[in-house]
Design a protein around this ligand. Structure first.
Ligand code: ADP
Length: 255
């Protein structure tokens, strides 16, 4: 069942590609993947923005190392915070105290995301990445119906792949004619530090199976890496380097 009353939005002709990153559940690494991708695209010379649409659980400012800053406004428009390497960031946490909970009902939350699209003055961007809230609620519905999305990336954990959570996200996108760029399995395995062997802690991976079932590209299987957790917590994700990430970002760019 899909509700049809889509809000009208402003045309943002200065944004070339809009990609939403979504997940079925929270905590699977959606914001981490969004941040890594934004940093990588920026390193390759693209103009990048990130719209943090996870209004009740915003983590992009911290991951991007700008949580101390605040967005500005001239009473009519809002202006993004810009990271040292030039990525434009918009998040509710750049407007309020980050310890303050956002206790709003669904339509108000979706309205805030629309305001971020309509009232923020973005520069000319090659890529705007939208970090979606987990699940298939008001915000994904509004973003899918109203924003000019080029496609979505679905981030999952190994456990989600065996259940129906990924299927729900895939089916929602398909029903609403939104292109799925591909699936990323995060926290897929741990690499043994002594022998380099991959250890699949949650049993055999099902990501290829699920990707094949829906005829979607599997963009990557990302390991659990404590260095990534530490750098994310400190807001220095750009210092993270790994072969798997180069491969993954190249695939996203090629698609
Ligand atoms: P989500 O956006 O899906 O809620 P986050 O990206 O905020 O999830 O990640 C949740 C936590 O897991 C963060 O502390 C993050 O640093 C950590 N994390 C995410 N992916 C990995 C990974 N591949 N290896 C290690 N830690 C990770």
């Amino acid at each position: 069942m899909i509700q049809k009353d889509a809000p009208k939005v402003k045309e943002n002709k200065n944004i070339k590609n809009v990609i939403a990153v979504m997940s079925g559940k929270g905590g699977v690494g959606k914001s981490t993947v969004t941040t890594l991708l934004a940093k990588e695209l920026r390193k390759k010379g693209y103009a990048v923005g990130v719209l943090d649409a996870d209004i009740t659980g915003p983590s992009i400012p911290r991951l991007m190392g700008v949580s101390e800053q605040k967005m500005t406004t001239d009473g009519k428009n809002m202006y993004p915070v810009v990271t040292e390497d030039g990525i434009e960031i918009v998040s509710i946490n750049l407007m309020i105290d980050e310890n303050e909970p956002v206790v709003w009902r669904g339509p108000v939350i979706a309205g805030a995301v629309m305001q971020f699209w309509n009232e923020v003055v973005w520069s000319d961007l090659d890529y705007l990445l939208i970090d979606m809230p987990p699940g298939t609620g008001d915000v994904p519905l509004t973003v899918f119906q109203s924003l000019p999305l080029n496609g979505i990336i679905i981030v999952t954990s190994p456990q989600e792949l065996v259940g129906m959570i990924v299927s729900k996200a895939v089916n929602m996108a398909k029903k609403m004619d939104v292109d799925i760029i591909g699936i990323v399995e995060n926290m897929s395995y741990v690499k043994c530090p002594d022998c380099d062997k991959k250890i699949y802690m949650f049993g055999k991976s099902h990501s290829q199976e699920v990707a094949d079932r829906y005829q979607l590209p599997l963009l990557g299987q990302l390991p659990i890496d404590s260095e990534l957790t530490q750098l994310s917590d400190q807001g220095y994700v750009e210092n993270y380097h790994s072969d798997w990430f180069d491969e993954f970002s190249q695939k996203v760019k090629d698609i």
